[in-house]
Design a protein around this ligand. Structure first.
Ligand SMILES: Cc1ncc(COP(=O)(O)O)c(C=O)c1O
Length: 418
């Protein structure tokens, strides 16, 4: 759908994506004497003014512990915390706030499902099907529970352009597959996976599906009801909120049957040495004092994203990615890693004459922030026969000038190492 043919729900939303840059105070600074070009958004994105304001206000005026207090500040903190949960619910189109569990981030969300559901469900001979493009956070929790239960972890292969090999995936999906865990968007390649098809196939085979949405939330707007995924995990700090807060969406019927992940305060109704009665959802999975300010900030980030026209955002990011891809590919000895047809705003590449780490250091001296290394996706590096890549990843506030600055830095690296 084009940016101009607005859907009714997009009316009144911000279409001038370029205007949003001024809302991010961190981007106004100079780094190494140059204006900052921040292209490390897949690792962590910057916060807009409204998120910073919400954090400060929460800490300055409403700080208290949630749920148990009868005093005014505790009531305010509870209202803000639970209000944030409702914002996330509405944004994801979940059916109730009991399906929204606040966690530390994607990693904790996946560990929760792997330990709790995986521990209860998996038996020797069962399989967990993932893909070859997963982040370590969507590999290791499954390895741990497979070790414990005797189940087997099966990675579905990817093609030379970094797409999931759907035919192989379908072949590997059998009556032994109990859980499918797959990234919505790959952090190392930028590939957007065909979730609808994956979920449909997995459900037809009787498997539960967890989606790692860490890289999707700043670019796409998932509708968990339409997707029909069983779980959707993401981190606040990759969608314009701070670190230390994230979400696990889970279908109520599943969360209800799953055992607690951690024990402690908040997650109980009554405790005696003989028997503990667990709290209702989602509190059963929120042991201990939560990251209240983080949740409030995440709520503000959700409001911010909700005000944006996603068709315009997609057009803006598509333009940036296409422009950056063309310019990087034109450099001598450049190879793009990840050339899927459907990509989000991630550009991974290698320069044959310069090690990725040197690329990162040289462009930093030009005020350009990119990430270099294995991106917590070692199997992807191995698949493409490289030890590391340089990765420029874009967010809504980036523009062509940032890309031009990256190219200046890369040309400098090529000059230095030729
Ligand atoms: C695809 C993907 N999954 C999971 C994670 C882990 O996220 P976090 O470290 O916020 O838990 C990341 C982080 O880069 C990621 O890109």
């Amino acid at each position: 759908m084009s940016a101009s043919a607005a859907k009714p729900e997009q009316l009144g939303k911000i279409t001038d994506i370029g205007s949003l840059r001024s809302r991010f105070p961190a981007l106004a600074q100079r780094v190494r004497g140059k204006p900052l070009a921040y292209l490390d958004n897949a690792a962590s994105s910057q916060c807009p003014d409204v998120v910073l304001d919400a954090m400060l206000e929460q800490q300055r005026s409403n700080h208290a512990n949630v749920h148990r207090g009868v005093h005014t500040l505790s009531e305010r903190a509870t209202e803000a915390y639970e209000g944030a949960r409702e914002k996330v619910r509405a944004y994801l189109n979940a059916s109730g706030t009991d399906e929204i569990v606040f966690t530390r981030g994607t990693t904790e969300s996946i560990n929760l499902v792997a330990a709790s559901l995986g521990g209860a469900l998996l038996r020797e001979g069962d399989e967990v099907l993932i893909t070859h493009m997963e982040h370590h956070s969507n590999i290791i929790p499954w390895q741990l529970v497979c070790e414990r239960t005797g189940a087997r972890l099966v990675p579905a292969p990817i093609t030379d352009n970094g797409e999931l090999d759907l035919t192989a995936f379908e072949r590997l999906l059998t009556e032994r597959t109990r859980i499918v865990a797959v990234a919505h968007v790959s952090n190392a390649l930028g590939t957007v996976n065909p979730l609808e098809r994956i979920i449909e196939l997995a459900h037809a085979a009787g498997a539960r599906v967890l989606v790692d949405g860490a890289q999707a939330m700043a670019h796409l707007r998932p509708d968990v009801a339409a997707l029909d995924c069983d779980f959707y995990a993401f981190s606040g700090h990759k969608m314009f909120a701070p670190t230390g807060i994230g979400v696990l969406y889970g279908k109520r019927a599943l969360l209800d049957r799953m055992p607690p992940y951690q024990g402690g305060g908040e997650m109980i109704l009554s405790v005696s040495f003989e028997k503990t009665v667990y709290n209702a959802l989602p509190y059963k999975f929120e042991a201990g004092t939560p990251n209240i300010t983080g949740a409030v900030a995440l709520g503000a980030a959700v409001d911010f994203l909700d005000g944006i026209d996603f068709d315009a955002l997609a057009a803006h990011e598509h333009d940036l990615l296409t422009y950056a891809t063309e310019r990087v590919a034109a450099l001598p000895g450049a190879r793009i890693i990840g050339t899927a047809e459907h990509k989000a705003a991630v550009l991974s590449f290698v320069l044959d004459r310069v090690h990725a780490h040197d690329v990162g250091t040289v462009v930093d001296s030009e005020g350009v922030a990119i990430r270099t290394g294995h991106h917590c996706a070692m199997p992807v590096m191995e698949r493409f026969g490289v030890p590391a890549t340089a990765r420029a990843s874009f967010a809504l506030y980036n523009n062509r000038d940032d890309v031009d600055r990256l190219i200046v830095g890369l040309e400098r690296a090529l000059e230095m190492f030729s």
